[in-house]
Design a protein around this ligand. Structure first.
Ligand code: GLY
Length: 362
């Protein structure tokens, strides 16, 4: 006997990204009109709670919407299963029902944890991303990847779970520590490298304007990054094929982060990873030396790191690549570059080439 369960369906996970300056104040009005819910739960970290969280909480409450704030210690070290358990316990204790909506207010760590919590709480509740760091505004808040780190590596537990909306207030970048802003630029450069040579040229020409936080320049780099990411995830939501290219710089980058016990910030690790993977592309004859030089020069002009800090063990980096999510039977597959603006996915690279490039980046 056989009973067939037919689950073929078309899901509509579409949503809008709203980008503007000083739009945090408009959130209660947006929620009332477009995202009604029984309860709103702001999930944030200890830093953002003080800068924007408490104000947002009061602002939403003043509009007669039921709202709670849950925060955790800021930092990548918090991105683990214990933080998730604590948040979920708090939500269960309050008996929030399934018509509750999470507002993920903060940087990449907050977005990844809050999205993960939303995807498992009572088998899934709605959430909105409100990214306040550059890395989150140009990358992690878009595309529905949620996750936490384990001692085996970065983001190894997680879900694909799309938010209901992304609200990007560019003015929050003015309160972001300068180094964090710079770290976010590595994801912007990544987008240019995989898809858009003109955008790469724009970054080369306008880097000082961007570093001075000029509003027009900020809106442009955020909008262009979101457009590039949108184009890719619309074709491949669950990273079965072309979405993999968004991991350029991340196979080495994640291994560096993990080998540094997360002391090296994500954006810095990605910067070194981008140069490492550009050099690997060069070693395999895919990318011209002149373009590798151009990439190194842009990373340096942004004041992003391009060498591996001394305290990181090179052997551990290579070992860690076998835990990469894209690895098959422990063998990592790299995203490499054929030229600036064109990525190639699924490339196997001999260990001796990785070792050579790691030595060069010491
Ligand atoms: N950050 C890579 C991705 O969202 O696929």
């Amino acid at each position: 006997m056989k009973i067939h369960i037919d689950l073929k369906k078309t899901e509509d996970n579409s949503y809008d990204i709203i980008i503007g300056s000083r739009i945090l104040n408009r959130i209660p009005e947006i929620l009332k009109k477009e995202n009604p819910a029984d309860n709103y739960i702001i999930i944030t970290d200890s830093n953002i709670k003080e800068i924007y969280g408490k104000d947002l909480l009061n602002n939403i409450k003043n509009n007669n919407l039921q709202t709670t704030l849950i925060s955790f210690e800021a930092g990548e070290q918090s991105k683990n299963i214990n933080t998730v358990k604590e948040i979920l316990s708090e939500m269960l204790k309050n008996n929030f029902d399934r018509d509750s909506l999470i507002l993920a207010l903060g940087g990449g760590v907050v977005g990844d944890i809050a999205g993960f919590v939303a995807s498992v709480y009572k088998r899934g509740i709605r959430y909105i991303q409100i990214p306040t760091s550059l890395i989150a505004q140009v990358d992690s808040s878009i595309g529905g990847k949620t996750g936490i780190n384990t001692r085996y590596g970065k983001n190894l537990l997680g879900t694909f779970y799309q938010p209901e909306k992304v609200i990007i207030d560019t003015s929050t970048l003015k309160t972001l520590p300068k180094q964090e802003f710079i770290n976010g630029l590595s994801e912007v450069i990544k987008h240019a490298l995989i898809k858009d040579k003109d955008f790469f040229n724009f970054l080369e020409k306008n880097i000082n304007t961007i570093l001075s936080l000029n509003n027009g320049a900020l809106e442009h780099i955020i909008k262009r990054s979101c457009e590039i990411k949108k184009e890719i995830i619309e074709k491949d939501e669950k990273e079965k094929h072309c979405r993999k290219m968004l991991n350029l710089g991340h196979t080495i980058g994640h291994s560096l982060e993990s080998a540094s016990s997360y002391k090296l910030p994500h954006g810095s690790a990605v910067s070194i990873g981008l140069l490492a993977e550009a050099k690997i592309s060069g070693e395999l004859g895919l990318l011209k030396q002149a373009e590798i030089k151009q990439i190194k020069s842009l990373l340096e002009t942004c004041r992003l790191p391009t060498t591996i800090p001394e305290f990181i063990n090179l052997k551990l980096i290579i070992k860690n690549t076998s835990y990469d999510k894209k690895a098959v039977k422990g063998e990592p597959y790299y995203v490499l570059l054929e030229k600036i603006g064109k990525a190639k996915i699924g490339v196997k690279v001999p260990d001796k080439i990785i070792s050579k490039v790691m030595e060069e980046l010491k």
